[in-house]
Design a protein around this ligand. Structure first.
Ligand SMILES: Nc1ncnc2c1ncn2[C@@H]1O[C@H](COP(=O)(O)OP(=O)(O)OP(=O)(O)O)[C@@H](O)[C@H]1O
Length: 256
């Protein structure tokens, strides 16, 4: 799906205390791109992703997907659009504690009233692919953070969304699980042409993207296109992170 973001802005708070989180950003995302959004903490990555995914309305500007201006839709139509076309992996996972793993993962298909056989097949496929089939009957509060993130990913991907939004999708994962998830995201991007937008601090994660847009203080600072070599792209991303500065995120864990 082709996404056109036109002159969007978002403020939080009022008058002199207002935070200008996003300032007049214009951006195009082509069908089948795997776009990374990077930038220092507080740059506006999550806010930008939330507006493109229509979870938050911009104060100004338009979000146009395949010619449809989503900022003109009413909440009910937007909710339907999201359910049919979009998948989400949030930082906070948003899993429902009252449901077990299987019930959480199949929820998007159950809501769109898919038949039981399809639901069961897709469920087994996703769980095997992400290597989490053993978790099927577990309760959410019995899961580690990394397991929650993988379950949230399975739920986001089960109904083959046309656009996938991911906010720090590997933030709680060890490197093995991160690699499994990133390989799968790359696979659906390449084979099914799923358009993916992903906010991340992590250069390794971003190196799976086809292009990375860097934002700083609510505006687009620069962008880099994957030269077709992940190691080289990784180096370019690290260099851009150094240039952009303002975020002490290279060795965050050493600060604790
Ligand atoms: N609901 C809110 N109310 C008030 N201010 C907010 C809200 N959401 C975001 N902000 C502010 O908007 C700015 C951008 O925040 P945002 O979460 O989009 O940044 P980010 O780049 O995703 O940061 P991080 O990498 O730390 O997650 C920050 O200054 C933040 O404090």
């Amino acid at each position: 799906m082709q996404i056109a973001v036109k002159n969007i802005s978002k403020d939080f708070g009022k008058k002199k205390n207002a935070v200008h989180a996003i300032k007049d950003i214009t951006l195009e995302v082509e069908h089948g791109e795997l776009l990374g959004i990077m930038g220092p903490s507080g740059a506006g990555k999550t806010t930008l992703l939330n507006m493109i995914s229509t979870n938050e309305r911009p104060d100004h500007g338009q979000i146009i997907i395949d010619g449809l201006d989503l900022t003109q839709l009413h909440d009910r139509d937007l909710a339907k659009y999201r359910r049919n076309k979009m998948g989400f992996i949030y930082q906070s996972f948003e899993l429902l504690d009252s449901l077990n793993v299987k019930e959480n993962v199949i929820l998007p298909l159950a809501l769109s009233r898919a038949n039981k056989k399809v639901i069961e097949e897709r469920f087994q496929y996703m769980m095997n692919l992400l290597n989490i089939e053993k978790l099927a009957q577990r309760e959410v509060d019995e899961l580690s953070l990394g397991q929650r993130q993988m379950v949230a990913a399975a739920r986001a991907l089960i109904n083959k969304p046309e656009i996938l939004f991911a906010d720090e999708p590997t933030g709680s994962l060890d490197s093995k699980s991160a690699t499994i998830l990133l390989n799968y995201m790359q696979l659906i991007n390449q084979k099914e042409k799923t358009t993916i937008l992903m906010a991340t601090h992590d250069a390794f994660t971003a190196s799976y993207c086809t292009r990375v847009v860097f934002i700083k203080d609510g505006v687009v600072f620069s962008e880099i296109i994957n030269p077709g070599n992940r190691d080289k792209f990784f180096e370019q991303i690290i260099n851009m992170q150094r240039t952009i500065g303002g975020g002490n995120y290279f060795n965050v864990s050493q600060n604790y």
